[in-house]
Write a protein that binds this ligand. Structure first.
Ligand code: BMA
Length: 309
């Protein structure tokens, strides 16, 4: 039996639900705000470039979309230069009273990552561009460690398959002390590349890091989800990386679409009963979700681990 139980109503959000013209709805951030679930989802416009829309839900399963997009590329200033080709794959982390949004920005200069902030999901302020090219998948931890903010990300390398790194910052803008934490394993389901997925979630066993990884076959590249556990007080200590994936493309809405054979996450929400809601984009076309037990994910990391590096 699969460790993640798919919602029988999947896909939970598609382009048909969006009141403005888009080709896709996927790779969404989700957070709890004011007693509701708020989702920021990526959509390709009909010219192929991406914007970010807003949806909300009472129960985490049924989402209603806002009338207008929430975050779109700037057309001038420094953000305008680097967002020219679109804004993609948001993640939300609440730190103190601010909901921080990290997202990928594309331009002729490559892909890098930006940071925005909101307190109310009505207005949003773009704060800084926080990586150079080429890097993607920045997720923030929701607290400071020894006074420093911490993030996971995924730089692009020439001489090694791409893996998960950690960095530190005094102010969320300037980042350093970077080091590699989890690398793809040769001839394994994550061998082509991997990257952070949902912002890390604190459990009594440590931080759960739900990531994505890709495996290239002669036919296509398959994106699956995996899980790792990091030490509560020092997230650079990886306590275990589950050897097996936790989700792979199986349903028709995951195996066919804009990019077939993709499940890709930017969000997971822990619930008080020990379950976790995991949200994923399927085939770069629609939004899906499913549920798991946090203790099962932790057990998988600790019982059948593989080497982190
Ligand atoms: C990655 C990113 C994701 C996308 C995935 C599958 O490299 O571009 O946004 O979901 O590929 O196409």
């Amino acid at each position: 039996m699969s460790i993640i139980k798919r919602n029988p109503e999947n896909p939970i959000l598609t382009k048909k639900d969006i009141p403005y013209p888009v080709a896709t709805v996927y790779n969404a951030a989700v957070t709890k705000f004011d007693g509701k679930y708020l989702m920021l989802f990526r959509s390709n416009l009909l010219n192929g470039r991406s914007i970010i829309g807003l949806a909300e839900s009472e129960d985490g399963y049924h989402f209603k979309t806002g009338k207008e997009p929430f975050l779109v590329p700037n057309t001038d200033g420094p953000f305008g230069v680097y967002e020219e080709y679109g804004v993609e794959d948001p993640r939300i982390t609440k730190i103190d009273d601010v909901y921080y949004i990290t997202y990928s920005i594309y331009s002729r200069f490559g892909v890098r990552n930006a940071l925005a902030g909101t307190r109310d999901f009505e207005s949003v302020e773009k704060l800084a561009m926080i990586t150079q090219a080429d890097c993607r998948n920045v997720v923030l931890f929701p607290q400071r460690f020894n006074g420093l903010y911490v993030r996971l990300d995924r730089p692009h390398l020439d001489i090694n398959p791409w893996g998960i790194w950690i960095s530190y910052s005094p102010d969320l803008v300037y980042w350093g002390h970077s080091r590699a934490l989890i690398n793809p394993v040769h001839y394994h389901w994550d061998e082509t590349k991997m990257g952070p997925g949902a912002p890390p979630i604190l459990t009594r066993w440590g931080w759960i890091n739900i990531f994505h990884a890709a495996y290239s076959t002669i036919n296509s590249t398959i994106y699956r989800l995996g899980v790792a556990l990091h030490d509560k007080d020092d997230p650079s200590k990886v306590l275990g990386v589950a050897d097996e994936w936790i989700l792979e493309p199986e349903e028709i809405y995951e195996t066919t679409g804009y990019v077939p054979n993709v499940v890709f996450t930017c969000a997971a929400i822990p619930e008080p009963d020990g379950s976790i809601k995991i949200y994923w984009g399927a085939a770069d076309s629609v939004m899906c979700m499913g549920e798991a037990q946090i203790s099962d994910l932790v057990e998988l990391c600790l019982k059948h681990p593989r080497e982190a590096l």
